[in-house]
Design a protein around this ligand. Structure first.
Ligand SMILES: [Zn+2]
Length: 216
């Protein structure tokens, strides 16, 4: 259950995520990684969205400094280079396949601890091109930040390659996103767990959300 999950996002986290992305976030069930200052770096999305759609991409990189730096790597051809190395280096390919398997395992654990349960439609499907290609470095870096070093070799490499712009030991949050005015807060995700609530309780929650949106 979310209430006993230390990784569950707070309302303040969700607001920060929305500001980082410039849009309301949806179906965020955990914060996958945080800055040394405590701000979210990675949003963990439910393996099944609240509209019922299976969602294989668990980790979403949200910190603008990191996403921009990773985009630079992508623009510089790093993904093609990595995919070629996977074809030529069986040891790297094996470690990358293990990363894929770790991703799937963690995703099903997240599904369990957040009350979503198994999502058989995406069994064996991870993200970012895993297990044999590199299609999105943001996905791999998100995985590395959430899992820690040594799990996703190519995510770790990409993180090392952006050290000029961002490193885990230093906060780069100041000025990285707009903190003035309203956060894009319409249609916020299921930070309030709605399963198990009565219709009356759900109505009360909705009214509460409308009120807080109307403030200021
Ligand atoms: Zn920070």
């Amino acid at each position: 259950m979310t209430e006993s999950n230390p990784l569950a996002p707070t309302p303040a986290d969700l607001e920060t995520l929305s500001r980082q992305l410039g849009r309301p976030v949806r179906d965020v069930v955990e914060i996958g990684a945080r800055c040394v200052c405590g701000n979210p770096l990675v949003a963990t999305t439910a393996p099944r969205l609240s509209n019922g759609i299976p969602f294989p991409t668990t980790y979403y990189l949200t910190h603008p400094v990191i996403t921009a730096a990773v985009s630079r790597l992508e623009a510089g051809g790093t993904m093609t280079e990595m995919t070629e190395r996977l074809e030529q280096d069986p040891a790297l390919a094996a470690r990358y396949r293990q990363a894929h398997e770790a991703y799937l395992r963690t995703r099903s654990e997240i599904g369990e601890r957040t009350g979503i349960g198994p999502v058989p439609e995406i069994n064996g499907v991870s993200a970012g091109g895993m297990p044999s290609r590199v299609k999105c470095l943001h996905v791999l870096v998100g995985h590395s930040l959430a899992a820690g070093p040594g799990v996703n070799p190519l995510g770790d490499e990409a993180l090392a390659a952006i050290a000029e712009w961002w490193t885990a030991d230093q906060c780069r949050c100041v000025g990285a996103w707009d903190t003035s005015g309203h956060a894009p807060n319409r249609d916020l995700s299921r930070h309030v767990k709605t399963q198990g609530l009565s219709p009356a309780e759900l109505d009360a929650k909705r009214a509460e959300r409308r009120t807080s949106e109307g403030k200021g």
